[in-house]
Design a protein around this ligand. Structure first.
Ligand SMILES: [Zn+2]
Length: 357
């Protein structure tokens, strides 16, 4: 009986308007996905069997051989990725809690050696705050694997302006924070308050991971606001993410595109190529639907873009809930980038930004 081909992932994966569907590539992608799924199932079984053994239920389970839980505090050998964009969440999240332990289990299954754990506190960022303090606390036991970031909203009422921002950021850094973000505030990317905060991040030497769309860190087509910020604070390290950032891969982009997931061929001359080329301290985070879409919408362009900007692109997922589908693994592996490019994007660039290389 011929096997039915099931669609993988969200509809956009198959049916981008005006896109030619590349079946061969898609099938290869699907095989990689199945392998990953199998691996995750094996991993889950191992965990389950360990959990049962610990609780004395192994004898009646019968299904799996009893094995101890191995929750690596050290990076596993042969690990391939550093994920620059994940969140841990609390139990009132509608998709359930994602603890540091379950995050590490997922990382082990996906060959992720380290992840940057990002708080979210601006009212526009998410529906409840994930504070810096929470992230620092939850990652404390796993700092070899989980790298905590910190966050402040530019509207924070500080006394004495930058001096107090610097003081607060310095305290977070002393407590273990190694970067700033996810910066997702509801204002213009070049708002004077944001420029002041970015200056403070530069002073404390914390790289900034920001989300750009039509609500947060807003800008206009071509990203002139971001360029003003880059010129105003040339010493800050900025890592771009989000729909507005990734829509700007294309030379033709509308204001509405900055808040969405535009499909179809990418026109050359986009703001990303230009800005990544001109500003040594600007980087790109491939996470989430926006990062995936930007590369997937035009595979030819995407492949060349990743190679052109190999020193500036960082692997990321935006993983924040159990069983969340992450398309970046399949897409990037299926693209078969040259090994040196892959190494840079998958982990080396991220390690460099953390001063670990
Ligand atoms: Zn995020």
């Amino acid at each position: 009986m011929p096997q039915a081909i099931e669609p993988v992932g969200e509809p956009e994966f198959l049916s981008g308007e005006g896109q030619e569907f590349d079946l061969h590539r898609w099938q290869r992608t699907r095989i990689v996905k199945q392998e990953l799924k199998q691996k995750m199932t094996t991993n889950r079984r191992r965990f389950l069997s360990g959990a049962l053994a610990t609780s004395g239920l192994a004898a009646i389970s019968g299904a799996f051989p009893a094995q101890p839980i191995v929750l690596n505090a050290e990076p596993s050998r042969g690990a391939k990725f550093v994920d620059v964009h994940v969140h841990i969440t609390q139990e009132w999240n509608e998709r359930g809690e994602l603890t540091a332990r379950s995050l590490i289990r997922w990382m082990d299954a996906g060959e992720i050696e380290q992840a940057w754990v990002l708080p979210l506190i601006s009212p526009e960022a998410w529906f409840y705050p994930i504070t810096t303090e929470f992230v620092l606390e939850q990652t404390r036991q796993f700092r070899e694997r989980l790298i905590p970031f910190c966050i402040i909203d530019p509207r924070t009422d500080v006394f004495g302006g930058r001096k107090h921002f610097v003081d607060l950021l310095g305290r977070y850094k002393d407590a273990g924070a190694r970067g700033f973000g996810e910066h997702k505030w509801g204002g213009a990317v070049d708002d004077p308050r944001n420029i002041e905060l970015m200056r403070s991040c530069a002073e404390v030497e914390l790289p900034v991971l920001f989300h750009l769309d039509n609500i947060r860190n807003t800008d206009t087509p071509g990203l002139p606001g971001l360029e003003r910020l880059l010129k105003a604070v040339p010493e800050v390290t900025l890592i771009g993410h989000g729909p507005g950032w990734w829509a700007s891969i294309s030379g033709t982009v509308s204001q509405a595109d900055l808040g969405g997931y535009p499909t179809g061929d990418v026109a050359p001359g986009g703001a990303l190529d230009r800005l990544l080329g001109e500003y040594p301290n600007l980087f790109a985070d491939l996470s989430a639907g926006s990062g995936h879409n930007a590369i997937r919408r035009d595979l030819e362009f995407g492949h060349a873009f990743l190679q052109r900007n190999a020193d500036k692109i960082l692997f990321g997922t935006d993983y924040l809930a159990e069983k969340q589908e992450v398309k970046q693994f399949d897409l990037l592996r299926a693209m078969k980038l040259p090994n040196d490019v892959q190494d840079k994007i998958f982990r080396v660039n991220a390690r460099k930004l953390m001063g670990d290389v």
